[in-house]
Design a binder for this molecule. Structure first.
Ligand code: IVH
Length: 738
């Protein structure tokens, strides 16, 4: 996606005037340091004492501004600068201050992005200006006819068009007054929409306040689309599947359902994004008005909105045709579902003059793409066993291209779905990629059904361990309940090392599978007892790879945080978000394991189902054993580092001086943090005072200088040994290095 963006902006000189997210990021680097300084200046004294209300309010403002800024960097620019823990610390501080001083709280505080229950139904409200649909063109000829009509209607109209992909989501209007979010309306029937302000406040890419110094328009009705990215949708459906909930048909429905939730605490948990592409009514003053669509897009970006990716100003109708063909070609690569490309007259005055027909604007049109579906033969149905024991039916298909991607397997979701769709082995089926990473079977093509097509008997035993499977009341999913089922175990270990777990990049899925199949790794704790020598016994495992793998595990062991470890456990219903909530509430896994139902239910986001799943997990003997092993291995993060120091964690580098150079496999900041936590002082340059130089790839001049001065030179793995307190081994490694 990034490559395409640069490619396009090169092609497109005029649009280069628009602030692209990448450039915005560098502009924001300055802002980050201003906000950082403000946080430092406004810090309140730690220990009691009376603090003036004005100081508290200043602090709250500084926290609010910093949180909104980091929200923007994370959700809109996808370029976070601080980690979750740092964010959570700011967030918690603001919540605490707002709780203690509700009278000082800002009504637009980022903590208000939390949602709440709305009593009664959604209210309706008329749009200031009707929200029209778009006419479609299905060919370049039809596009040329559209251009002809535009020429006839307004001969002097310029012929440059702003083009962007047509997002397949839910149209929404957000109204800002003097830079502040006032109200949000769905499109409804175009004349009248539903008031969804509170749900929209929970969408992190919808600015609560417009960004930048202002001045801001008195009133600005920003229109755009609420979408769910394909990857987020897939993750959401996977979660629903594991909960035995009904699956959502596609990201569009998911977004629509989420937005219209009456209880917006549920909306908050859904990864919705708002992307802005046009305006309703605008009263620009005292801000300068925009004269063109491309200027408007740049302005919306500068106000903090996300806009459709790869928007571009096309100089003439022929370029629009090329753009539409280009978007169609790349349709599968977009992060969200798109179903076309939209071309809009760039000149806003001309837009106004062209106006609307009864149903659509005369200044804009959509190149509509066909749905990405294909027909193919369903050969057989396999049952996959997931981490939570869920048995998922998968259709094995004759390979067929769907929207540019070869598909040979597609999910059938669960027993009920197979029955409802009446899909049989031997059927010709319609397959679609609904933004799901996993394609799905839409249904059978009944005219093509052979006489011998057989209905599928859903198995009631696990295909791997052959134990009886269960289907709980009200659930759609059959589950293998055997905690030592090899399939469940393998998935649990895969999850443990995955991004949603400890994110151990150096340990590939293939190796996990091999080690589990060999019986060497039976639980996540076994991973940490692997040695390079032992790993080298396996086929295609060389010394370098074995070392890299054990280093990665060692790094994971040393740097695991409590929320990450909780999420890695793979407790049913406990994803990354819930893991953060739990980690904030409990000092370590022992404390969490000791919590009773009442204590769990008192936490935000935790309902009876989640609580009971947590209780079950810690009640299972195999899991109790797992925690014992983690503790024995020293994989035992506590709520935060200060507490670690407080409990007297060993500091093997106490008083040592250290410096890093070259590219390490872990972020430099993390390496420094580790060194400091172990008691070392990180120096800024090589001198006689320096004891250890840790070198990564491409070390540069510091290495030469250090060697001349006789400083001990370590590679990353020797550094990790040092952190473990293994000075002897580290010294050994250092002598090899030198
Ligand atoms: S511009 C006057 N740009 O598609 C209409 N609309 O089928 C100006 N849509 O209701 C709208 N992506 O909600 C525009 N990049 C895009 C769009 C887009 C999706 C929606 C819009 C409209 C619907 C028409």
């Amino acid at each position: 996606m990034k490559d395409r963006m640069t490619q396009l902006s090169l092609l497109n000189e005029t649009a280069a005037a628009c602030r692209k997210p990448a450039e915005a990021a560098s502009v924001d680097a300055g802002l980050s340091s201003v906000l950082e300084a403000r946080l430092e200046e406004t810090a309140l004294p730690k220990q009691g004492g009376a603090v003036a209300a004005a100081d508290v309010q200043e602090r709250m403002r500084a926290l609010g501004a910093a949180l909104e800024h980091h929200n923007y960097l994370y959700h809109t620019l996808d370029a976070p600068e601080i980690d979750d823990d740092a964010y959570d610390a700011l967030y918690r501080e603001l919540v605490a201050l707002e709780t203690a001083h509700p009278e000082l709280a800002d009504p637009h505080s980022p903590t208000r992005r939390v949602g709440g229950a709305l009593l009664g139904g959604l209210a309706k409200k008329r749009h200031t200006r009707r929200m029209y649909g778009l006419d479609n063109v299905f060919s370049d000829d039809e596009w040329r006819e559209f251009v002809e009509r535009m020429r006839r209607a307004l001969p002097e109209a310029p012929e440059a068009f702003w083009c962007d992909p047509k997002l397949d989501g839910l149209a929404l209007e957000i109204i800002y007054e003097n830079g502040e979010l006032r109200e949000a309306l769905t499109r409804g029937d175009g004349e009248e929409g539903e008031v969804v302000t509170e749900a929209v406040r929970t969408i992190r890419t919808a600015p609560l306040r417009l960004r930048g110094p202002g001045p801001f328009p008195r009133r600005l009705e920003v229109r755009g689309e609420v979408v769910m990215y394909k990857a987020d949708f897939a993750a959401l459906n996977a979660r629903r599947e594991s909960l035995g909930q009904k699956l959502l048909a596609n990201p569009r429905n998911a977004a629509a359902g989420a937005l219209r939730q009456l209880d917006t605490t549920a909306t908050r948990q859904l990864p919705l994004r708002f992307l802005a592409y046009s305006l309703g009514d605008a009263d620009w003053a005292p801000a300068p008005a925009c004269a063109s669509q491309h200027e408007l897009m740049a302005r919306l970006q500068s106000y903090g909105f996300l806009t459709p990716p790869d928007g571009r100003l096309c100089a003439d109708p022929a370029e629009v045709e090329r753009y539409a063909a280009w978007v169609r070609e790349r349709r599968p690569d977009f992060p969200m579902e798109i179903d076309g490309a939209v071309a809009k007259q760039d000149n806003l005055e001309a837009q106004e003059a062209l106006g609307f027909t009864a149903r659509a604007p005369r200044f804009a049109v959509a190149f509509k793409f066909p749905a990405v579906q294909a027909r193919t033969l369903l050969r057989r149905i396999e049952i996959q066993v997931g981490r939570t024991g869920a048995l998922t039916p998968v259709a094995v298909l004759d390979p067929v291209p769907v929207g540019g991607v070869m598909v040979s397997r597609a999910t059938l979701h669960n027993e009920d779905e197979i029955r409802a769709k009446d899909v049989r082995v031997g059927d010709t089926v319609l397959v679609q990629r609904a933004g799901d990473v996993i394609p799905e079977v839409v249904g059978p093509v009944l005219e093509a059904r052979p006489a011998d097509a057989v209905p599928f008997e859903f198995p009631h035993t696990c295909p791997i361990c052959h134990e009886k499977a269960h289907r709980a009341e009200g659930e759609a999913v059959w589950r293998c309940g055997n905690v030592s089922c090899p399939a469940v175990r393998l998935q649990a270990i895969r999850h443990f090392v995955s991004k949603a777990g400890l994110d151990i990049v150096g340990v590939g899925e293939k190796w996990v599978t091999q080690l589990v199949e060999a019986g060497r790794v039976q639980s996540p704790s076994d991973l940490f007892t692997l040695t390079p020598l032992e790993l080298m016994q396996y086929d295609r495992m060389g010394e370098t790879l074995a070392q890299k793998m054990t280093d990665a595990l060692e790094e994971a062991r040393l740097t695991a945080t409590l929320p990450r470890l909780i999420s890695a456990l793979g407790i049913r219903h406990v994803g990354e978000q819930t893991a953060r909530v739990l980690a904030a509430a409990f000092a370590d896994l022992d404390a969490l394991a000791a919590a009773d139902e009442e204590r769990l239910l008192a936490l935000p986001d935790i309902g009876p189902e989640v609580a009971s799943s947590i209780l079950d997990f810690f009640d299972t003997p195999a899991n109790k054993l797992l925690l014992e092993r983690f503790k024995a291995l020293g994989l035992w993060p506590r709520r935060n580092d200060e507490e670690n120091a407080a409990v007297g964690a060993p500091r093997p580098l106490e008083g040592a001086t250290i410096l890093f150079t070259g590219t390490l496999s872990m972020p430099r900041g993390r390496a420094k943090q580790l060194a400091e936590a172990a008691g070392a002082v990180v120096l800024g340059s090589v001198s006689k005072k320096l004891q250890y130089l840790v070198v990564g790839d491409d070390p540069g001049g510091k290495l030469d200088k250090a060697q001349k001065l006789g400083v001990t030179v370590l590679d990353e793995s020797a550094f990790l040994q040092l952190l473990r307190g293994d000075a002897e081994k580290a010294a050994d490694a250092a002598s090899h290095e030198a």
